[in-house]
Ligand binder design. Sequence first.
Ligand SMILES: Nc1ncnc2c1ncn2[C@@H]1O[C@H](COP(=O)(O)OP(=O)(O)OP(=O)(O)O)[C@@H](O)[C@H]1O
Ligand SMILES: Nc1nc2c(ncn2[C@@H]2O[C@H](CO)[C@@H](O)[C@H]2O)c(=O)[nH]1
Length: 439
Amino acid sequence: MKFPGKRKSKHYFPVSARDPLLRDSMLQEMQPESEGGASYIVGIDQTMVDIEARVDEHFVARYGLTPGESNILDDEMSEALYQELMLNALITHQFAGGTVGNTLHNYSVLADDRSVLLGVMCNNVKIGDYAYRYLCNTSSRVDLNFLQGVDGAIGRCFTLISETGERTFAISPGKMNGLKAESVPEDVIAGASALLLTSYLLRSKPGEPIPQATMQAIEYAKKYHVPVVLTLGTQYVIADDPQAWRDFLRDHVSILAMNEDEGFALTGLKDPLMAADKALEWVDLVLCTAGPNGLFMASYTEEEFKRTTQHPLLPGAIAEFNQYEFSRAMRRECCEQPLKIFSHIAPYMGGPEKIMNTNGAGDGALSALLHDIAANGFHRTSVPNSSKHSREYLTYSSLAQVCKYANRVSYQVLNQHSPRLTRGLPEREDSLEESYWER
Ligand SMILES: Nc1ncnc2c1ncn2[C@@H]1O[C@H](COP(=O)(O)OP(=O)(O)OP(=O)(O)O)[C@@H](O)[C@H]1O
Ligand SMILES: Nc1nc2c(ncn2[C@@H]2O[C@H](CO)[C@@H](O)[C@H]2O)c(=O)[nH]1
């Protein structure tokens, strides 16, 4: 486990700790962990490759697609669309994709540690085909041993970028929704620091098993008190039935990741701070990205242990909302006197000079949050007596610190073409507190 934001291990296991017993256990525990991994994230996804193409303004309308949406195609339409892209040589890039697959890959790159992907994979993989590319473009730290074999293709996600830069997904599903409930391993969920899901998993055709597999995973997560993390797909997926999603969040989810449009579809509130605040009625921790306006986080902490920020207080619909952003996030049910906490950060260094691709910037932010959550699990197992764990926190770091890290990772994704990080953050950033942040 590398530590979030490239912090040195001393930030996690302070060498000046006074208790010699604790220090001995620290020394033992800091030995390289076994391959099994003391702390990991598990996720379910529809296995798919992204096929990115530049298209003219009429293309999306001609295929009857909703711009900005993730549209599902039937086989006939998929073939016609693919043939047109090929004929006109419009395909510019092909990557492994899927919102959860991207997030787990990025988590594993950042943490240099294990994550587990549940989903389907072709029984018969041929060199050069899409399944092969998917496997080749996934970090070797993502454990693919629990994938379920299927006879047929994985999904294809045509990522159509219009002349105005708008991004529309057109999904050719193949067998991506074929994951069965019996392929969800109870012990893998039981040992995880978090279970990552996306709202896309629940919108398959009648008879496809992936929604049941998702509900099975949620049941296991609840049984073992593993936080369930849900990333919302697109605003349209949510807008179809916002009340059903609110109920789903209330009943099953601890941590919610969304962008401001999805936040609006869910809550009816345009202001991302207010949308995040509203979502705290249903979940314990919210990450709401807001494109060029940076990102917001909201959660709960124990009133008695709240920590006041040293940053300037920010104006907003909730006055001075970031006042306690130096506090660590907790589940509401674990607080005796829950206090809401909020944080905001503007894009890292104002955003890159040239944005290569915004696809996956939100997934990148979430992978940073998951890294902090897993680091908390790692530290809890390594130094269980630490005062850090005298209460059951969700994150290792304060909300403000997680915001910085998430934002930094989004910047990295904006700076490259693929939604999947090709490498971790630069080595010279050995602390989030060092001057690199002040530039
Ligand atoms: N135009 C921009 N300028 C500067 N920073 C940006 C810009 N767009 C995005 N970002 C950074 O990326 C983060 C995530 O962006 P955004 O809200 O667009 O994610 P998203 O819509 O969830 O993306 P995706 O669904 O593709 O993963 C923002 O919080 C911000 O830090
Ligand atoms: N799992 C899943 N991912 C999707 C879907 N539509 C788009 N994406 C992914 O969303 C990512 C960007 O967040 C892209 O890399 C796409 O692969 C979908 O229906 N299901």
